[in-house]
Design a protein around this ligand. Sequence first.
Ligand SMILES: Cc1cc2nc3c(=O)[nH]c(=O)nc-3n(C[C@H](O)[C@H](O)[C@H](O)COP(=O)(O)OP(=O)(O)OC[C@H]3O[C@@H](n4cnc5c(N)ncnc54)[C@H](O)[C@@H]3O)c2cc1C
Length: 309
Amino acid sequence: PTCELTYKNAKAVLCGSRRLGLIKYVMALMNGARLGIAAQSVGVSELAYREALAYARDRKQFGKAIIEFPAVYEMLSVMKAKLDASRSLLYACARYVDIYKIYDDLAKDRSLTPEERKESKYYSRLADALTPLAKGMGSEYCNQNAYDCIQIHGGSGFMKDYACERLYRDARITSIYEGTTQLQVVAAIRHVTTGTYLNLINEYNSEEIKPELQSLKDRLVAMTERYAKAVEAVTAVDDSAYGDFMARRLVEMAGVIVMSYLLLLDANRNENFKRSAEIYTNLAEAEVCKHADFIANFKPAEVEIYKVN
Ligand SMILES: Cc1cc2nc3c(=O)[nH]c(=O)nc-3n(C[C@H](O)[C@H](O)[C@H](O)COP(=O)(O)OP(=O)(O)OC[C@H]3O[C@@H](n4cnc5c(N)ncnc54)[C@H](O)[C@@H]3O)c2cc1C
């Protein structure tokens, strides 16, 4: 059971300093909790994939294991790619959090040098930018993987006989608590408009990669150009309702490109990631095209027809 708590005339002691409540303490608390839900989402996604894989190997229809049907193995491969992408994003985000927190700890004992302060600020900004992406997109992928896990189980997935039925309920809360996906977009959009994501993508792009991964990287460069153009087109219009209307599309474009780069860099270090990098890039490319086309073909005044009273 979940309920609201109300305190009346309760004795209270001020924790921390005045004026830092919302900006520093609440945001730090929220980002910490959101990273936790991003991790929970990856965990549920992983189990959804394992359950689906095991069932698809075991279940026979029309004389063969269902894993041999393209419709089923495509679902499984896309589940794995989303899982690997959301895990890579989670780890990247957690690394950035670790670095700036180390500087926070150091600053308790001595004052930081100007370079340390600069680096701390840089990683704190990246952590702030990647947390809503990891939570928002990781939880949506977790929901999609739980859905596909049930689909692969067919009618059995709907019953309580298999773990996937519970996984589906476990997944559903991840895109709601600690801020819904829509609120993650509200947190992420300023990193679209201020260029944090684009700068990070350009940094990832500057890393050397093996020649056999170059064609994948070229596709990511083309996706980034479409993203940058879409951001320019939306921000050029001085209309906050239109900006809010397009925000999720822009954040998702940034998210899929960041995750594609992370998987590319994973594949560069370890070839076990190559398959997911390729499959995820196919998915990401289609997402970027879909959103870029929608933005290019949409007139700001059309937002009106979506309004519901
Ligand atoms: C199982 C469970 C455990 C929970 N545990 C805790 C807990 O321990 N502590 C705690 O404090 N809370 C807890 N919560 C509350 C939880 O964090 C909130 O339910 C959640 O953040 C969503 O807020 P809300 O329910 O008020 O939805 P609302 O804010 O009313 O949202 C309703 C809809 O409107 C959309 N929406 C709202 N504002 C905007 C906006 N600005 N832009 C775009 N869309 C918007 C939302 O995305 C959503 O689709 C828990 C909830 C559940 C279900």
